[in-house]
Design a protein around this ligand. Structure first.
Ligand SMILES: Cc1cc2nc3c(=O)[nH]c(=O)nc-3n(C[C@H](O)[C@H](O)[C@H](O)COP(=O)(O)OP(=O)(O)OC[C@H]3O[C@@H](n4cnc5c(N)ncnc54)[C@H](O)[C@@H]3O)c2cc1C
Length: 392
């Protein structure tokens, strides 16, 4: 299994039983199958509850998306992850074959003209990528949910309503891409694992009176225009890469904040490919521009920063409306126990994949268990995530 950085949190290392039966199993709806939603749902399942996950996309993983092209894949969202918390490290241990270190010694900081200002990697902090693409991690973690029939994809939750038959319960109204709606009833609680703005909108549109709405309103996120480029013409004898010697860089160019050579990541294929992320301010300013206009401007900036003036053989654009948290909530999750409504996501703690995982985990622990029992569940669940039998 891959080597990783030493664990840092205070979780006890004692080995505990791998399954737990709650006093009274309950049924939870989880809205969103990004890393936070998957961590939340897996924890609740492990604790013996019933869980139904609704995901509006046809795949899981949210902002850890992998984009496939004829020339190889791109990490369209999260580029890599770091490991700072023991619980995240334990969960990663359950999927050892889907992540590898990425040689980030090539990460640079560029000045506005594209010149290298400094090497930016903090000493000792390894950079990891899922393989063969970033979405592989969420895919692996979601597999027991999928196999157990707990995951509904293409299910966009458009309303949360009181169950007319049992008004103390919730029902969820979900819409498929063809516009058809289905109502799934009988939930004790609904846990939102969406980005902050969509979570707040869903609560507001559903007319749910909860202090969560005001608390989420304090969270600020920034958009990100992302451009993915392939240069198949660079693959010929004696020439494997174009442009700079570095493989990734943070940039202070006013249009571009980050660039990475996708083909430098493990198991990604050899065709020269770059992912370019526009800066938060520039993305915000051009959020509603036509994609082709944004592409033209970012291509110009890409050439300025990298010195690559060749025309790419492939270009794909992606607009992330809620890419990165700039003002987090400041605690791991939100829970209105009285109403049976909770919320989690990276935005609770920060802007990283690991933040999303920890938030989902903490929300699941908070919805049911006593404080003493939480620690046991945390350690037991993390050690046994791989032990959940399909269909459990
Ligand atoms: C461009 C970009 C670059 C990034 N780079 C990095 C990086 O290098 N390192 C790092 O650690 N992190 C990075 N991140 C952040 C990282 O991707 C996120 O922190 C993490 O993936 C968030 O997970 P989440 O589960 O909280 O939310 P999401 O991944 O956004 O998941 C939310 C899910 O909810 C679904 N959903 C939303 N509304 C509904 C609804 N009404 N009904 C049903 N489903 C719904 C969505 O489709 C989505 O699947 C980056 C993000 C972006 C966008």
């Amino acid at each position: 299994m891959p080597r990783r950085t030493p664990a840092t949190s205070s979780v006890r290392s004692s080995r505990l039983h791998s399954s737990h039966s709650p006093q009274s199993p309950r049924h939870f709806a989880v809205v969103g199958a990004g890393v936070a939603g998957i961590a939340c749902a897996r924890t609740l399942l492990q604790a013996g509850h019933q869980v139904t996950v609704f995901e509006k996309s046809n795949q899981v993983g949210g902002r850890t998306a992998t984009h496939d092209s004829p020339f190889g894949s791109f990490d369209a969202g999260a580029q890599y992850f770091t490991i700072r918390d023991e619980r995240f490290a334990l969960a990663l241990d359950t999927a050892p074959n889907v992540f590898r270190p990425w040689s980030a010694n090539a990460i640079r900081v560029l000045d506005a003209t594209g010149h290298v200002a400094s090497a930016s990697q903090p000493p000792g902090e390894a950079h990891w990528v899922a393989t063969p693409g970033m979405s592989a991690l969420a895919d692996a973690w979601a597999e027991p949910l999928r196999q157990g029939g707990h995951l509904h994809t293409n299910a966009h939750v458009v309303a949360i309503e009181r169950d007319p038959v049992k008004p103390q319960h919730w029902q969820v109204r979900a819409q498929s891409p063809d516009g058809a709606q289905q109502v799934v009833a009988g939930f004790d609680a609904v846990l939102l694992a969406q980005p902050a703005d969509p979570a707040r909108s869903l609560l507001t549109q559903s007319g749910i009176q909860t202090p969560l709405v005001a608390e989420i309103a304090g969270v600020i996120t920034a958009p990100c225009w992302t451009m993915m480029l392939a240069f198949p013409q660079s693959v010929r004898p004696g020439l494997t890469t174009l442009g700079p010697q570095w493989n990734a860089a943070r940039s202070t160019h006013h249009r571009i904040a980050w660039l990475a050579r996708e083909s430098s990541k493990p198991q990604r294929g050899i065709v020269e490919r770059w992912t370019v992320q526009a800066s938060p301010a520039w993305s915000h300013e051009h959020l509603n521009d036509d994609s082709s206009r944004v592409q033209a401007k970012l291509l110009k900036a890409f050439a300025e920063v990298t010195g690559i003036h060749a025309q790419p053989g492939y270009v794909e654009m992606r607009r992330w409306r809620h890419a990165q948290t700039t003002q987090p909530l400041g605690r791991s999750h939100l829970l209105d126990s009285h109403m049976g409504i909770g919320a989690c996501g990276d935005w609770c703690l920060g802007h990283r994949l690991e933040d999303a995982f920890l938030s989902g985990l903490e929300l699941a622990l908070a919805v049911d268990f006593s404080v003493n029992f939480q620690q046991q569940i945390a350690t037991g669940m993390l050690e046994s995530m791989k032990a959940i039998p399909p269909g459990a």
